[in-house]
Write a protein that binds this ligand. Structure first.
Ligand code: 13P
Ligand code: SF4
Length: 306
């Protein structure tokens, strides 16, 4: 089937089923182009929480669809490929977190949204890359934080916030592939370009950046900046949206190796099958969902960040 034909069928089915398509910024261009909303984890959660559609086709990875299912238990949330997971989210289990909490009984647990529903249910607060620092700074009565699972996002926040932050050794294998020497090479090639990186990058990479932002933060900054050239230190899929929204500006990916294979599992055909078969439904057991929602709601409620 031609893409045009697939897209026509998707649009027709979307209407019939009162569905919306949400896409993360790392999805393939063909998915971003048909989505009703394209954004970062925070924007996707906020959009899921307020949509009046009956069905959400989530083009992203499992924890993102799960977060939408927690926020909207009355809606049907579909992930077009169940294999689209996030290796970082799998780097901590609820049991491991419970053990760690025993070691630090007086610490407040802040979990990055890149985590399972079970882990969120064991956490006090959730955060995304867009609001981790603001959330932690808003916890004025809290001095000790157990931050899970991303050690690099945790380290970035720890350098800025004046609190004790205990880190968990998780990381993103895709951002781990962005090396200091790659940034140095790109800077030498494009001396006028600003370096924008994601906080999942290693501290050495972060030290070389002009700005450290979430994926949508990078899009917003690039659009509003007077600069015309940017070196992008995050997953390569970002280049699609950046180029589309700023055709007059130049964007250089730090390395083609920064590709998230999970994000690329979803394609147009799978979105169509997902709507045809109403698959794969993401459901979270109620006892877990209620507890996990508390941590997510607390994040969405913090003034100034939601
Ligand atoms: P954002 O919330 O910044 O889009 O990041 C999600 C993610 O998985 C980055 O690797
Ligand atoms: Fe997970 Fe990294 Fe892929 Fe983001 S880029 S979904 S953190 S593996």
């Amino acid at each position: 089937m031609e893409n045009k034909e697939i897209i026509e069928k998707i649009i027709k089915l979307k209407k019939e089923k009162n569905a919306v398509i949400l896409s993360h910024n790392y999805q393939m261009g063909e998915i971003q182009d048909i989505a009703d909303y394209v954004g970062d984890s925070l924007g996707l959660s906020q959009t899921a929480a307020k949509t009046d559609a009956d069905v959400i086709v989530f083009c992203g990875v499992h924890f993102m669809a799960e977060t939408a299912a927690i926020l909207c238990p009355e809606k049907m949330v579909l992930l077009p490929d169940l294999n689209a997971g996030c290796p970082m989210a799998n780097m901590i289990t609820a049991r491991q977190l419970r053990e760690k909490k025993k070691e630090y009984p007086d610490a407040t647990v802040v979990c990055y949204v890149n985590s399972s529903a079970e882990v969120k249910a064991e956490s006090d607060y959730c955060c995304t890359s867009a609001n981790a620092l603001a959330l932690i700074e808003s916890l004025t009565d809290v001095n000790k934080i157990l931050f899970i699972p991303d050690r690099y996002l945790g380290h970035y926040v720890a350098r800025k916030a004046k609190k004790e932050i205990i880190l968990w050794p998780g990381y993103c294998p895709t951002h781990h592939r962005i090396l200091v020497e790659d940034i140095e090479k790109q800077k030498a090639k494009h001396p006028n370009a600003l370096v924008l990186v994601h906080p999942e990058c290693t501290p050495g990479v972060i030290d070389l950046a002009d700005k450290v932002l979430s994926t949508s933060g990078i899009c917003k900054f690039a659009k509003e900046s007077e600069a015309t050239e940017f070196i992008i230190g995050t997953e390569v899929g970002m280049l699609h949206r950046l180029k589309k929204e700023n055709p007059q500006k130049k964007f250089y990916s730090v390395t083609g190796l920064a590709l998230c294979p999970n994000m690329k599992l979803i394609n147009l055909e799978k979105v169509l099958w997902s709507l045809e078969d109403m698959a794969y439904q993401i459901k979270v057991p109620e006892n877990i969902a209620v507890k996990a929602k508390r941590a997510i709601d607390r994040m969405l409620e913090v003034k100034g960040i939601a």
